[in-house]
Structures are given as structure tokens and as C-alpha cells.
Design a protein around this ligand. Sequence first.
Ligand code: AAL
Length: 396
Amino acid sequence: FKNIFFIGILSGLSLACNKLESSKELKKTEVNKVFPHKMPEEKPNFPLSAAAERMFDYPAPRVQDNELFSQFKYTRLEGFDYNGGDGTISRRDPSRPVLIDGKYYMWYTKRHTKVPPVGWNRAHEATDEIPSTDWDLCDLWYATSEDGFKWNEQGVAVKRPEKPALGWRSIATPDILIWEGKYFLYFQAFNEPSGTRGDWCPISMAYADSPDGPWTHVGKPVVPFGKKGEWDQDQTQDPHLIKYKGKIYLYYKAAYNKWPDKRDKYAVAHGLAIADNPMGPFEKHPLNPVLNSGHETTYFPFKEGIAALAIKDGNEAQTIQYAEDGVNFKIASTVELTPTACGFYTPDAFTGSDYGRGVTWGVCHFINAANSRDKKHSIIARVDCDLSLDIHDPSM
Ligand code: AAL
């Protein structure tokens, strides 16, 4: 009797297990309907978790299947001295490298001060010799290279002018435009130590007949602040330039609601300003801001449109985005170990090509500061990637 009871229990249990199995199977089949190897085109009409539901809101193809997905490989550049990393020499925010007569050129922010910066929160301690931030008391320098790995620092390209001319305190974060055989550097021009009221500075410009200079600084903002209450009311920064649709497309960044009373609404975004002439006027796009994330600007022509990297800061940080029209950006891929403040070598940045081929390498910066005790400085590095149609195109 005991045995029969036992067998009864066992078969009951196994029946229950079978039932469980088949209900699992049922769920599995349902799940397979939703998530076969390829994502279905349409949102199914039975309940999904919030995360699964969101997957249908993203554009296809996703992540690795997308031509605008890449991993990133970094190499230390040869040819730059940093005083043993004591924080007194810094190089950062490099321009896009350009190839001129068989040599690559890049321009960047260089600081060489007696002491490292005191830091953003102690900006009031800055003097004519003590920098507030890593990009305070800087000039624009340039270097050339034959292979993009070994660089020769050539010297200063644009020096900060005497007080009170625009940029007397610091000039930083340049990018280059080549237009009708002439050279134009766009950069941030500070009239106060960064950190005093935030990071206030407009974009200014210098021009030259040769990439080796001499450069003439126009001495005024070329992309001025927006009006009070507008998103770019306190700064226009990080210019990045492309010839697109026959015009100059200048993408720039502003951090808004930053200081001092609205920190909870802090956001950083990118705008677009378009001109027919490098001297301006640059007309701000009515849909600005056009990118809602990214602390620095990295743009390149891709197919008929423009691709952008949104790296540090924002809800869409660490993504590569694409706009068919250069204005309406959407996430194309999510990326990791991404380059900060990157400028890509972009063969068709200024050719006005109507089909961008993408990029395979560039320069970016790394900041040596894990905490406020670090003697903060930055170094420029090379980054290699796979964001080029030529790599994906088997006929190339
Ligand atoms: C950078 C850029 C701008 C900021 C500072 C120097 O990475 O966003 O240039 O002003 O940091």
C-alpha cells in the first residue's frame, strides 16, 4: 500500500512536471514568435516587458549589423613631451587631421603653465599664471605627421591676443575648414578663466593662405551666443565643420541650464550653423539643437547624410547617430570604449561629395584625472575604427 502511495505521488509529480514543461514550451514558442533570430518588423499584439517593447522603437538594423557600428583601438602618439605627466603640459581637443601635400596636419589646444590647473571648483583662485581648468591659459598649436602615429610638433599656430581682445584669457578646441584653397581655424575664445561663471566663450576664427600660417585672428565671435533664454545663451563651443550641400555646415555644442540656479535641468546639446562663406554670417538652424547628447562634436559625411558621435553626457551618450539631411539625427548604434573629443581623418570632409565614404582613423584625447587630487592634464591619442563604406564594400 505504501508503495502504491509512493508511485501515486511520483506519477503525480511527473505529470505536474510534464505540465510545467509543456507550459514552458508554449511560452518558448510564443517567445520565438517575438524574438526569432531576426527582430520582427511589427510590435506584436500581446503583452511585452517595457524593455522588449522599447526594442521596436529603435531603428533597424541594430547595433553590430549597422554600418555605423565600430569598436575602437587606441595608440599612443610618438613625438609629444608631457613633462613626465606633472600636469604642466597638456594637449587636448584636436582638430580633424587633414592631408596636405602628403603630410597630415592637426591643430589642438596646448597648455604649458608653471603649475597644473587648480580645478573648476576653485576657478576664483586662477591668476595670470595659474590656470583654472585644463583648457585655461592655452594657445592653438599644430603638428604634422606622415603616418598619423609619429608626429612633429611644429609650434604655435594661433596665440591668444593681449587683453582685452577676444580670447585674451585662452583660446581652445580648434577645428579646421579648407575652403577654396584657403585655411580656416574655428575655436573657442575665452575672456575669463573657465569655471568662473561656467564655461563661457563664443566661437571665433582665424584664417591663413597656408596650413603653416601665418594666421589672422578675426577677433570677434563668428558663432555668437543665443539670446537670453535660448539653449545656447552662454556658450558656443566645439566647432566641427563639413562642406555639405555646397555650404559650410558648422556643428557646435552648448551646455545649458548649467549655472548657477538650474542645475537640475542641465543638458548638453549640439546645434548647426550654416554659411556660404567661411567669414559668415553663420545662420543657426531653426530646429536647433539637432543632437541631444555628447560633450564634444565629431561629425563626418556618410552616404547621403551626416553621421555623428554622441559620446560623453546626455540620455543618448555612447551612440553613433545618423541624419539623412544633416539635421534630423537618429540613433544608428550603441558603442563602447569610445573616443572623447575625436576628430576623424575624413577624406571627403571638404570635397562636397554627395556620398560620404566614412572614416577609419582619427585623433582624440584622454584626460589624466580620476579625482580632484590628480594633476590634471590631457594627451592626444590615435584611434582606429571601422566606420568606412570602403571596408564594408567587397569591391573596394
Ligand atoms: C572640451 C570641450 C570644450 C570645453 C572644454 C574645452 O572637451 O567640450 O573645450 O570648453 O572641454
